[in-house]
Design a protein around this ligand. Sequence first.
Ligand code: ZN
Length: 627
Amino acid sequence: MTETAVQYRITPSDPAAHLFTVACTVTDPDPAGQRFSLPVWIPGSYLVRDFARHVLCASASSAGAAVAIRKTDKSTWACDPCDGPLTVTMEVYAYDLSVRGCHLDTTHGYFNGTGVFLRVEGRDAQPCRVVIEAPPGAAGDFDNWQVATSLRTAGAVYGGFGAYEADDYDDLIDHPVEIGVFTRVNFSCLGVPHEMVLTGQHRADLDRLARDLTTICEYHMRFFGDPPPIDRYVFLVMVVGEGGYGGLEHRYSSSLMCSRDDLPTAATGTMNDAYARFLGLVSHEYFHLWNVKRIRPEVLKRSRLDAEAPTTLLWVFEGITSYYDDLALVRSGLIDTRRYLRLLGKTATRVYKSRGRHVQSLSQSSFDAWIKLYKADENAPNAIVSYYTKGALAALALDLLIRERTGAAKSLDDVMRALWRRHGVTDSGLGEAGFEALAEEVTGLELKDFFDAAVRGTDDLPLAEALKQVGVSHTLTDGRKGQAQGKGKGQSKGQGKGNNSGQADAAPRPSLDVVVKARNGAAVLGNVLRGGAAERAGLAPGDELVAIDSLRVTHANLSARLAACAVGETVTVEAFRRDELMEFAVELQAPVKDTCKLTVDDEADAAADAARAAWLAPSYGAGGEPD
Ligand code: ZN
C-alpha cells in the first residue's frame, strides 16, 4: 500500500453559490464495490448533524468512464465494482458560519473535514493526502487568498494552496481549514510554533494578543509537564459582530468565534470583562488539547461518527475544562483574584438559575447531551443542568475537598496529571468508571460519597462550606443592588431592570418567576419556571403579556409595573396565547435568590488565606517548572 492510496482534492469552485467541489480518489477500490460515508456528527459537538444533507450531488468515475454510485443510507454511498483508481466527486453546499460546519462566500472559505471528506470504508486507517485548491475565479479576485490549517504540508508552502497530508481519516478530519485573506499572529510557546489567524474585520492589538496567548499556552504546557504533545498549534478565529461566541477543540488547533469587541485594542486597559472572556475561551480550547483530544473517553474513541456515542463523562471533559479555563488566567497572572471570583460567581449563578439541577444529574446531563443540552427548548431551565457549568462547580468542589482532606498534599491538579500520564500519553481510552477510580488512587481518599452526590445526585453542591476553607464568602441574592439580573442566551429576566436604585434591603421586588424576551417590543414568556407564580396561575411559554391590572405592559415597562405591586398580591394578567386573549390571576412571589457573589472574606483566618493562595498559585507538572 502506498501512502497515497487515498487522495482528496477540495476546490472552492463557486464561492458566490457557496459550493465546494470535493473529489476523493482510491487507488485500489474494494473489488466488491467501494463504499464511502460522511460522519453524522463532529467530535466535540454532541449532536447528530447529518453533514450529508449538504451534499448536492455525487458521481463516480474510473479511467475516464462513469461508475454507478448509489446511496445505501442517509450518509453512505456504494459504487459498482471497478478495477482501476476510483474517483467520487461531490458538490457540497457550505453556508454554515459556525465552528462546526463549512462556510464559503466571496470573502473567505472555512471547512471541517467532517463536512467534506468521505470516509473510504476499509481504507480509513491509511495515510491520505489532500490538495487544497484556490478558487478558480477571474484573475485578481482571489490573488491574496491564503491557507491556514494545522494539517502537515506535503508540498504546499506554508500558508499556500497545494498538497497536505494526514495519518489517517480521523487525523484528516481533525484539522479545520481557513482560506481567504486574514491576519496571522505568530508566537512561540516553549519552543513550539503557534499562530492565531483572525478572519473578519478587527482592530486587535496583535502584540498584546501574542503576549497573552503565550502566557496561557505556556501555563497549560507547564501544568501538565512532560514535553508538550504538539509540534505546532493553530487558533482559527472568526471575528463577527455582537454576540459571536463559540469554540471547537482539535488536537493541533481550535476554531473560535468571537465578537469584535472581545478582542483587545489599543484602548483596552489592563483587562476588561470582554477580553477576559475571550482569553477564557482560548484557555478552554487549549486545555482540551490534553483533556478530551488526547485523554479520551473510551466511548468517543471507539465511535465511527455514524451514530450518537453517549458517555456519562462529558462533565469530566467539559466541566473540568471549564473549571481550569478561567483558573489558568488567575494562576498565570492575567486576571486578579477579584475578577476570577466574579467569573466563578457567574458560573455558579448559571447553575442556581436552572431548576433542572434538581431534576437531572451531571451524569445524566452528560449521557443525554445529544437529545437535551444540544436540543434545549423552552422547558430547558426546568429540565436540564449543564455539564459545563455544574461540571465546573463539581470540579471546584472536588479540588477543594481533596486539598482539605489531604492537608494540601494533593489536589485535582495531581489527578489531571495522572490522567494525562495514564490515558493521554498512552492513548488508552478512559472507561466510564475510570475517572473516579483514578481520583481515589491518586489522592488515597474514599470519594464515592462525593461522586454519588455531585455526579449522580441532584442536591446542590456544598459550595459555601467548601469555599470557606479558602477564605471565600459565598452569598446568594435576588440579583438587585443596582445591577440587572443575570442574562442568559440573549434573554433578559423580566425583573432584570427597573427603577430600583439599589438599596440592598429594600422590599423584595415582586416576581412572576419567568424569563421574558422581547418580540416587537412586547413581553413574551420565554421560559416559565417550575413551581413559580406564572406557572401556578396557568401562564405558559410563548404567552404575550398585554396588561397587568388593566394597565398595558411592554418588554420595556414590565419591571416597573411589577415593582409597583407587592409580594403576595394577586394581580390580573392579560395575555395572548397564540391569538386568543386570556386572563390569569397571578399571586406575585418574592424573587428567588439565585445570583451568586463570591468575594475574598476579609475575616478569614491565616490558614484560609494560605489555602486560597495555594489554590490560586501556578501549579506545574514534572518537567514543567519554569527555569
Ligand atoms: Zn469545551
